[in-house]
Design a protein around this ligand. Structure first.
Ligand code: AMP
Ligand code: MG
Length: 333
């Protein structure tokens, strides 16, 4: 049985005991819930991959509290990274550096780099400070399934597989951290998120973006795998193809399929009363609501028809990255 406990003087010693014994604990962050283990303990890290069913070449992010000296675990931190850290950390930004090779090899799956994150969530900070060691943590969901933004979502995926979920309420950010490669002359976005490429560019003058092409080399190994997928069938339409989306809705409904439309940016009002999950009006709201809505969709329908919200760049880059992947596998059009 998996316990869900608030983060306090009772649960923190319990969490520490589990982690020190090589176990895994789920904890909240400002992005999504993480599934944490002692980054120095190879068996504990391997166990995380097993619990999630995660491919064993998809490296984990190490989480530390805000007073932890990351020079202990990584090296060659460039000047631009110092600037970015001053501006955005603690916060939803993961930075990839050359590793000192001190944390277990299992964390980075044998790469010579290490992804480091300092979450701003108060509960995450308390948990990390209490342990005072780097905690390796992927998102706390079964691999390829929708990430988790509440303790109950974590419970739905991992009940019986882990002893403890620390409950810190709903995650305010909603999509995973931006992953930024800081091993080259300029930073390069490997995964988009709430700290946008534009924000990085504005701070340090230049920022690249790595776009993974099917069959190519994945600089961030996670890029090549399916992600965020609800268990129902899905179809994704551009906003200009809304009429096609509505036609599909009607055809499938007539066949007796439970259908719902996932949309945002005010489109909910234009669907003629069809069943709808509204992501909200702003890119930030859409990011915050996306995973809860995808989990709701798999609960209530056999087919989720997503209509891509309008607007690109900024936070929408991250939202569309997740939505496109969520709709990829089951029902392509
Ligand atoms: P998740 O744990 O589900 O948030 O995924 C972590 C993401 O960070 C994945 O896309 C990984 O591929 C990426 N990542 C972790 N470590 C590294 C690294 N050393 N170099 C590049 N990408 C990394
Ligand atoms: Mg994940």
């Amino acid at each position: 049985m998996t316990k869900i406990l608030p983060i306090d003087g009772h649960s923190l010693p319990l969490a520490a005991k589990i982690i020190k014994n090589g176990g895994a604990v789920a904890f909240p962050t400002e992005t999504v819930y993480g599934l944490g283990a002692d980054a120095f303990n190879g068996e504990a890290v391997a166990n995380i991959f097993k619990i999630k069913g995660r491919p064993n070449d998809n490296p984990l992010i190490v989480h530390v509290h805000k007073d932890y000296d990351i020079n202990r675990i990584v090296k060659d931190i460039p000047g631009y990274a110092v600037k970015l850290a001053e501006k955005f950390l603690p916060g939803p930004l993961t930075m990839v550096y050359k590793s000192r090779g001190l944390v277990s090899d299992a964390v980075s799956c044998g790469l010579d780099t290490l992804a480091v994150r300092i979450p701003s969530h108060e509960g995450a900070q308390r948990f990390l400070k209490y342990l005072d060691i780097p905690i390796a943590a992927p998102s706390a969901n079964i691999s390829k399934h929708v990430s988790t933004t509440t303790a109950l979502h974590v419970y739905a995926d991992l009940n019986g597989k882990i002893p403890l979920i620390l409950d810190g309420g709903s995650c305010s950010g909603g999509i995973e951290s931006t992953v930024l490669d800081c091993t080259g002359d300029i930073p390069v976005v490997l995964r988009s998120g709430l700290i946008t490429r534009e924000m990085v560019e504005e701070t340090v003058g230049a920022c690249g973006e790595y776009v993974f092409k099917e069959g190519g080399v994945a600089r961030s190994p996670g890029m090549k795998y399916g992600h965020y997928m609800p268990k129902c069938r899905t179809a994704l339409f551009k906003s200009v193809d809304k009429d096609k989306a509505l036609k599909l809705y009607d055809e499938e409904s007539e066949k007796g399929v439970e259908v719902c439309i996932l949309c945002g940016g005010g489109a909910a009002k234009t669907l003629g009363g069809r069943k709808c999950l509204d992501l909200g009006d702003t890119p930030e709201a859409m990011a915050a609501n996306l995973y809860a809505m995808l989990r709701k969709a798999e609960e209530i329908c056999g087919l989720m028809i997503a209509i891509a919200p309008e607007g690109r760049g900024g936070v929408m880059t991250g939202v569309m990255n997740r939505l496109t992947k969520a709709c990829k596998s089951k029902y392509e059009r």
